[in-house]
Design a protein around this ligand. Sequence first.
Ligand SMILES: [Zn+2]
Ligand SMILES: [Zn+2]
Length: 357
Amino acid sequence: MPQFTPTGSHMRALVKTAPGVGMDLVDRPVPSIGDHDVLIKVHHAGVCGTDLHIWEWDAWAAGRLRPPVVIGHEFAGEVVDLGADARRDGLLAIGDVVTAEGHIICGHCLPCRTGHGHLCVRTQIIGVDRDGAFADYISMPASNVMGLDGIPTDIGAIMDPVGNAVHTVLEGGEVPGSTVLIIGCGPIGCFAVGVAKAAGAALVIASDFNPVRRELATMMGADHTFDPASDDVVARVREVTGGIGVDLVCEMSGHPAGHAQAFAAARPGARVNLLGTPSRTTEVDFARDIIFKGLTLYGVTGRKMYSTWIQMRRLLASGRFDPAPVVTHRFPLDRIADAIGVIKDGSAGKVILEIAT
Ligand SMILES: [Zn+2]
Ligand SMILES: [Zn+2]
């Protein structure tokens, strides 16, 4: 893969240049900025499952992306230029260390106008629908940018998935003193374990087939970890909850078996917050599993704009929640193939690209 050094108005960018497997490291112009935008020099970026789908060019990616597009939606860096209006607002300045919400919303549709911007019907995602952050520079609307308040950029770069965890765990607002089951311990599931502990859960149980992920969940504070391959997860959850089941289930796997376990392990009257996205329809016994159990279900999309971000920034700044143990690998931009490889083979927690050196 060719090596590029950013010079003048050019930069390095990982681009899906055409339909098919992989990404290319190419020389691109530094993005121009509009009046309401800021230009950010990217320091760190997070690599996630979405990027794996894009790398592999699966059916979802083929149906959604329109190459060429710069990949990457999780990042943090430094403001290096501001458009005229963003400058006049005075909320951001050159040199500010920031991250950004990667979902760019319209502000005009019904969800946007009723305080549910994370459900905007015209959402554009950076690194998917428009140019993203696996590059030396990215242009972002100033309204999407969040100051890091002293949080380092390698943590700032993963506030997108950490925010998914914060949203999933805290929706419902009854975590203190509660019992929580996290199904699926990918990076977001592991973050969710730490968020639940920081928010005062009395008991946090985590399940995953992958021993590396169970170990990370334990490091993040899980009181029990179960392996669905050898443990009857629902029976074990009942054992450690006085026979009744948990107050809150966070379903992070998206697997049909995960959904069945989520509903079965929930106590009567529990809440099930669903983040994992199934790749196909699944069968649910609504009468037995949901209606007569009085469950509350909640579908988690992204991060609430911007209450999730504000809660998360406070949690991180307080030191009560530290996602750092979940970060297992760091690579330079030109080793994206290795970053994708460790995600694909299941040996990684969270993977970060170190872009500014
Ligand atoms: Zn992501
Ligand atoms: Zn909207």
